[in-house]
Design a protein around this ligand. Structure first.
Ligand code: PXL
Length: 269
C-alpha cells in the first residue's frame, strides 16, 4: 500500500486542513496519516472568526516519530504549521528521511479570515522547507510573499515569481492564479520546472464560499506523486480533481462551504 502523510492543522469545520487532506488521500486510494500541528476553530457566535491553537512541540514530535519511523511514507505534504517549532520539526523529519516527494503548501491565508496568518514564519519556511520541496503550491498572495515581490496580478508576473521561487530551491513551482487573475475567462495556473512553463487552464467556478481547495490540491499532488506520477502529471491531475471538488461543493452554513472530495465520482462534471 502506498503511504502518505500530511503535517497540517485540523479544521474543526472539516472543509480544509488535514480533514480535506485525508479525504483526498482516500479518493486517490492511498493510505493517509496525519501529524496535527494545530487546531483551527471557527466561532459561529462571532462571524466565524478563526481561533488557532498550536499543539505542543513534544506532541508534534511524537506524531512525526510514529509516522516517519514507525510506518514510513512514500510522500508527504505540509499545510498550516503555525509555529517556528513546527516548521523546524517538519524540516528535520523530512530531511532525515531523505524524502524526495515532499509538497509544500505554504498556507498563509484562510478563507473567511481576513489577515495573513503567521507572517513571521514566512522567512523560516522559505529558508528551511522551500529547498526540500519537490513541488510548492502557492496561490498568488503566497507566491508574492515567497518571491519577495508584489502579489502577481497577471501571467507575466506569475512567471517572474515562479522563477524566483525556483531559484530559492523548490524544484517545481505551481502557482494557482485561479479565478483571481485579471482579464482571464478561465482559471489559469502556471507550472514551472526550472526550464519550461506550462499553463494549466480550467473552468472558472464561483468559489465565493468554498474553502479548503488549496489543501485539497496539494494533497492530491502528494498522493499522485506517491503513486509514481511525475510532478507535472500530478499537478494536472490534481487540478481536475479540484475542479470536480469545487463543482460538488455545498454550503455548510452562511459563512463557508467545503469542497467535495468525492465530486469526481459523483458526476459533477
Ligand atoms: O484553507 C487553509 C486552511 C489550512 N489549514 C487549516 C485551516 C484552513 C482554513 O480554514 O483551518 C487547519
Amino acid at each position: 500500500m502506498v503511504k502518505v502523510a500530511t503535517i497540517a492543522g485540523s479544521d474543526a469545520s472539516g472543509g480544509a486542513g488535514l480533514e480535506a487532506d485525508l479525504k483526498t488521500f482516500e479518493e486517490y486510494g492511498v493510505y493517509g496519516m496525519a501529524a496535527v500541528t494545530l487546531i483551527a476553530t471557527m466561532d459561529p457566535d462571532n462571524e466565524w472568526s478563526h481561533g488557532v491553537y498550536p499543539l505542543d512541540e513534544s506532541v508534534l514530535r511524537a506524531q512525526l516519530h510514529t509516522i516517519f519511523h514507525g510506518v514510513g511514507v512514500d510522500a508527504a505534504k505540509t499545510g498550516m504549521l503555525g509555529s517556528e517549532q513546527a516548521v523546524l520539526l517538519a524540516e528535520t523529519f523530512i530531511r532525515e528521511a531523505k524524502l524526495d516527494r515532499y509538497v509544500l503548501d505554504p498556507v498563509m491565508v484562510c478563507k473567511g479570515a481576513s489577515e495573513a496568518l503567521h507572517p513571521e514564519l514566512n522567512r523560516l519556511v522559505e529558508e528551511k522547507l522551500l529547498p526540500l520541496a519537490l513541488v510548492v503550491t502557492p496561490n498568488l498572495f503566497e507566491a508574492g510573499q515567497l518571491a519577495g515581490v508584489e502579489t502577481p496580478t497577471n501571467l507575466e508576473d506569475m512567471k517572474k515569481a515562479a522563477k524566483i521561487i525556483h531559484k530559492k530551491g523548490a524544484r517545481n513551482v505551481f502557482i494557482k492564479g485561479g479565478s483571481r487573475l485579471s482579464g482571464q475567462t478561465t482559471a489559469v495556473d502556471i507550472f514551472f520546472d526550472g526550464k519550461n512553463f506550462n499553463q494549466v487552464e480550467s473552468a472558472l467556478i464561483d468559489t465565493k464560499w468554498v474553502h479548503g481547495a488549496g489543501c485539497t490540491l496539494s494533497a492530491a499532488v502528494t498522493a499522485a506523486l506517491a503513486l509514481g506520477l511525475d510532478p507535472y502529471e500530478a499537478v494536472s491531475r490534481a487540478k481536475k480533481f479540484v475542479t470536480y471538488n469545487l463543482r460538488g461543493s455545498f454550503p455548510l452554513n452562511r459563512w463557508v462551504g467545503p469542497g467535495n472530495p468525492s465530486g469526481w465520482r459523483k458526476g459533477f462534471n
